[in-house]
Design a binder for this molecule. Structure first.
Ligand SMILES: Cc1cc2nc3c(=O)[nH]c(=O)nc-3n(C[C@H](O)[C@H](O)[C@H](O)COP(=O)(O)O)c2cc1C
Length: 202
């Protein structure tokens, strides 16, 4: 399979979310192609817990020395990293909540950003260990912030992805979704067209 796609949704509205609708459009377009396979995961439905000290500490214990409980905690992160590594394209459907990403998506990043596993520090600085992948962000927002200082979400996502080695990142914005019906419909139409172009280029 040329392109294995990992599609992560994170709207607390589930399938009724606008970012989920963009994800669904992406999935349907990808389904029209024989060479694309999509794995979808709903992070809001799964609700990973916040990363805590016990889980963080378990990563630092050598595999042979982990307690049964630590093995379970490490497995949570290992499974998500293995899944990421097994795909070529990461698609993140991301609502803007209070100028940031949903905490459920942050909890996923907190599991896949692991020193020594997905990135390491060298004398030249950090080096990402998730190689040869690209990412697509489908951003749904009530307001309009792309390209302004208030868009704290896109730089944050790009920084996290870049840290683990994914620097080829495309962003599709659906903005102004709370700024009237006309604005919303136009933004969603434009976003769907951008997705069509992106899928065609995979
Ligand atoms: C809790 C909450 C916080 C939000 N905060 C923002 C915000 O900071 N900026 C913004 O432009 N829109 C904000 N919105 C509007 C959402 O970005 C918008 O409804 C978008 O469609 C959310 O994606 P979703 O429909 O996939 O959940 C917020 C919505 C909710 C429910």
């Amino acid at each position: 399979m040329a392109n294995r796609i990992l599609l992560l949704t994170s709207s607390i509205l589930g399938e009724h979310g606008q970012s989920s609708a963009l994800a669904s459009h992406f999935r349907h377009r990808a389904a029209e192609r024989d060479d694309l396979a999509v794995t979808q995961r709903d992070l809001a439905a799964e609700s990973l817990p916040h990363l805590g000290l016990e889980e963080l500490s378990s990563w630092q214990v050598a595999a042979a020395e982990r307690s049964a409980e630590q093995q379970v905690l490490v497995q949570r992160s290992d499974a998500l990293i293995d899944e990421l590594q097994a795909h070529d394209v990461l698609v993140l459907a991301v609502p803007m909540y209070n100028f940031g990403i949903p905490s459920q998506l942050k909890a996923w990043f907190d599991r896949v950003m692991r020193a020594g596993v997905t990135f390491r520090y060298t004398e030249q600085g950090p080096e990402g260990l998730v190689q040869g992948k690209r990412a697509v962000i489908l951003a749904a927002r009530g307001g309009q912030y792309a390209g302004t200082a208030l868009d704290t979400q896109t730089p944050h996502l790009k920084a996290m992805l870049g840290m683990i080695g994914i620097s080829d990142v495309s962003v599709v914005y659906a903005e102004g979704l709370a700024m009237g019906e006309g604005r919303r419909d136009a933004a969603l139409k434009e976003a769907r067209q951008a997705i069509d172009g992106l899928v065609a280029g995979l």
